[in-house]
Write a protein that binds this ligand. Structure first.
Ligand code: HEM
Length: 185
């Protein structure tokens, strides 16, 4: 996983819990990298899971909730860091469909060794979007947080359902997200 993701994570932890907690979780996680991340370098994704586990122990918040919160935070940061990817997109469904077809392709141009998930999207009916997440990494909670951050950014009333599916070939993580536009009252 790219250093930029780790740096954003540690920035979020600093903003919410303070520098002391950042120092403590880095120390307790006993990381191969030592916790000094460079944006463009690549680190074992397991380090983020170790940091999350330490943050869970430091704060008592459940680990999946911490990863989702990070996903929501990260979406806001992507908005600031990559404004061009947001041009001419005016709904979360359109944006989310572009993650696989455009956005992560651009990410790979920037970082050829990026470790990215795949999303298969379908619109089974009006006001509905289904996204099938597949990855060699167990980061469906991060996907959920990013999806929530996206919906929040576009200010839409959309419910997100999630079903964790049995692992795919080679133990890949699979989850199905079902987004439904809430009807106006
Ligand atoms: C402007 C928008 C976005 C940008 C610039 C972006 C960029 C990135 C980058 C740089 C990584 C890290 C790759 C690595 O560490 O090697 C990543 C991973 C990831 N992205 Fe995106 N992304 C965007 C939107 C989204 C959205 C909306 C979703 C959810 C639908 C998503 C789902 C994920 C997930 C789950 C990962 C973690 C890797 C994995 O699960 O295998 N991304 N993305």
């Amino acid at each position: 996983m790219k250093g930029i993701v780790f740096r954003e994570f540690l920035d979020m932890v600093e903003g919410r819990f303070g520098m002391e907690v950042v120092d403590r979780i880095i120390e307790e996680a006993d990381l191969p990298s030592g916790g000094a991340y460079t944006s463009v370098a690549t680190y074992d994704h397991d380090e983020i899971l170790r940091l999350v586990d330490q943050l869970h122990q430091a704060t008592g918040a459940p680990a999946p909730e911490l990863v989702r919160a990070f996903g929501r935070h990260l979406f806001g940061r992507f908005r600031t860091l990559y404004p061009a990817l947001f041009l001419k997109v005016d709904s979360s469904f359109d944006f989310l469909e572009r993650v696989e077809t455009i956005i992560h392709i651009e990410v790979r141009k920037l970082y050829p060794d990026a470790e990215l998930p795949t999303f298969e999207c379908a619109r089974p009916g009006p006001g509905r979007l289904v996204m099938l997440y597949r990855s060699q990494r167990p980061l469906a909670d991060l996907a959920e947080g990013l999806i929530e951050g996206c919906i929040e950014y576009f200010g839409e009333a959309i419910e997100v359902g999630r079903e964790d599916l049995p692992p795919g070939p080679g133990g890949e993580t699979r989850a199905r997200f079902e987004l439904t536009r809430r009807s106006q009252p």
